[in-house]
Design a protein around this ligand. Structure first.
Ligand SMILES: [Fe+2]
Length: 200
């Protein structure tokens, strides 16, 4: 099954800055994603994106929401339409005249799957958070205290253990952090500090 998008341009330049409201995005998420685990993953990635835009990029609230929205909807079609993953949510958001930068971030969150290279910092952070967030959440579930007291070295140990969260690609994590110009440690620390706050 190929998920290649076979294009590199998404949405229209004239729609730059266009977003939907948070309520509308959550409505779409709830309608499309029936699986609680996947919904939580998207809320987690959304919160990481918003927090990073705020704390590290010092972006204003409107731009923070653009980052958050990309996180919130990046896997929206994975649950019910895995064979149309990425393509379906992008065409839905194109119909709603959404900001092309948000569409590009969604389209490039897995370059080896969709064939679209991350370009902006928003693209790169979505790619970096996606896999690492999942691995760290899986780690929290096997710890008696969840996220409480979680340390970088524990996460690094799990990262080295190929059988742990085996579906999480270590190569993609490495590649994503390199592209973002960040150390894996920095991204892990950020996730540990923020992810526990997210609940379904
Ligand atoms: Fe994801």
């Amino acid at each position: 099954m190929s998920l290649l998008l076979n294009r590199n341009s998404f949405g229209k330049e004239v729609n730059k800055g266009n977003v939907i409201s948070k309520n509308e995005a959550l409505q779409l998420l709830n309608d499309w994603v029936l699986n609680d685990k996947l919904r939580l993953h998207m809320l987690q990635v959304a919160y990481l994106m918003k927090s990073w835009a705020d704390e590290k990029e010092q972006l204003n609230e409107k731009d923070q929401w653009r980052w958050e929205m990309a996180g919130l909807l990046h896997d929206a079609d994975w649950d019910q339409w895995p064979e149309q993953h990425c393509q379906k949510i992008i065409s839905e958001l194109e119909k709603s005249n959404i900001d092309p930068e948000i569409l590009h971030a969604i389209a490039s969150h897995g370059p080896s799957h969709f064939g679209v290279e991350p370009e902006t910092q928003m693209d790169k952070m979505l790619y970096a958070f996606d896999e690492l967030s999942g691995l760290i959440h899986a780690y929290s579930l096997i710890r008696p205290d969840g996220y409480t007291g979680m340390e970088l070295k524990g996460v690094k140990k799990r990262l080295k253990e190929k059988s742990f969260a085996a579906n999480v690609s270590r190569e993609e994590i490495q590649d994503a952090c390199e592209r973002a110009g960040l150390s894996i440690d920095e991204v892990i620390q950020f996730i540990i500090q923020h992810q526990a706050d997210v609940k379904l």
